[in-house]
Design a protein around this ligand. Structure first.
Ligand SMILES: [Fe+2]
Length: 324
């Protein structure tokens, strides 16, 4: 399959005005205005759509706590889209809408779709120049700063799933995704949609509840200066930090996560590892990973969503060790 990236993300929005402020403050461009839905786009043309909750045809929530509705993957050509439809229709309902987008669910129950989509080309810009102790490369010039972010693309999605192995099997065996890395003991898996790709486009974490939920969507920006510029601006607009700024031990990316009132989190990131068919997947131990702090960093309201704790992640790790 020839996937081109995350083409569309759909949320239900009880307050469309608030959703518009959210995505506008995030740095996305509003592509169309209307009472029916708000459509925002990244630099590459990926869409983030906020729909009123009673919109006909809107997929249902995947959890009580989240208003996430669907992720749509871009596909390069019609031949692949047809092949996907035939493949998935063997064992699940697949529908085709008027715009040519396929809609179905993955084996974990997450609403997924596919549509023809070609990301807009990246305009060549000046590379970020850093001064290091032994190399003063930027001379007589002030460093780059950003007043706010303008995310180029939606780089990856992350979901809580009841069984990480089931999720991995679906995306690798049925869709042809590639395994990048795993957390030991079935705690989580990093997948990518092409052999030559960013380290991950999809991150699946073991759910503590046995249910599914959105964890986050990540938006790529140019460099760490834009992570900071965007994060500081978004903070000043009164949106709450979930975790960060910081750096991932896996994938090497710099990040800043914010809470998304529509569900899960939103992440600015930059400088991810880029891997090829030569990449050898790791089976990492839990104690290395800051990603688990993300789950711990989310505020859990009384009676609200239950997120995996670091202690629970370590328990999974121990169980995995015992099983080996
Ligand atoms: Fe992420």
């Amino acid at each position: 399959m020839a996937f081109t990236g995350i083409a569309t993300v759909v949320y239900g929005a009880p307050d469309l005005t608030l959703a518009k402020k959210l995505f506008s403050d995030w740095g996305l461009k509003e592509a169309s205005r209307g009472k029916t839905a708000a459509v925002f786009i990244t630099g590459a043309g990926g869409q983030v759509i906020a729909c009123p909750e009673n919109t006909p045809g809107l997929p249902p929530r995947i959890s009580e706590q989240s208003n996430f509705r669907e992720i749509v993957w871009g596909v390069s050509d019609q031949k692949h889209l047809v092949a996907l439809a035939e493949n998935l229709a063997r064992d699940r309902a697949v529908t085709l809408d008027k715009a040519g987008t396929l809609h179905t669910t993955d084996d974990s129950g997450v609403h997924i779709g596919f549509r023809l989509w070609k990301p807009a080309a990246i305009k060549a810009g000046n590379p970020t120049i850093y001064n290091q102790p032994r190399l003063r490369a930027r001379v007589n010039a002030v460093g780059t700063t950003y007043a706010r972010a303008a995310p180029h693309r939606i780089g990856h999605a992350a979901f809580f799933v009841p069984d990480v192995k089931v999720a991995e099997r679906f995306y690798v065996k049925r869709l042809g995704f590639w395994l990048s890395d795993r957390y030991a003991g079935g705690a989580a898996v990093f997948l990518r949609h092409a052999a030559r790709s960013d380290h991950h486009n999809l991150f699946m974490l073991k759910s503590r509840t046995g249910g599914i939920d959105l964890h986050h969507f990540a938006y790529e920006v140019n460099d760490v200066h834009e992570v900071f510029g965007g994060g500081l601006y978004f903070s000043r607009r009164q949106w709450a930090t979930a975790v960060g700024p910081g750096r991932h031990p896996i994938s090497s990316a710099y990040f800043w996560y914010f809470r998304n009132p529509l569900g899960g989190m939103m992440e600015y990131f930059c400088d991810p590892d880029f891997v090829t068919e030569k990449w050898q997947p790791h089976n990492y131990k839990m104690n290395r990973f800051s990603e688990w702090h993300l789950a711990d960093g989310i505020h859990v309201p009384e009676g609200g969503p239950v997120r995996p704790s670091l202690a629970m992640a370590k328990a999974i790790d121990e169980a995995g060790k015992a099983a080996r």
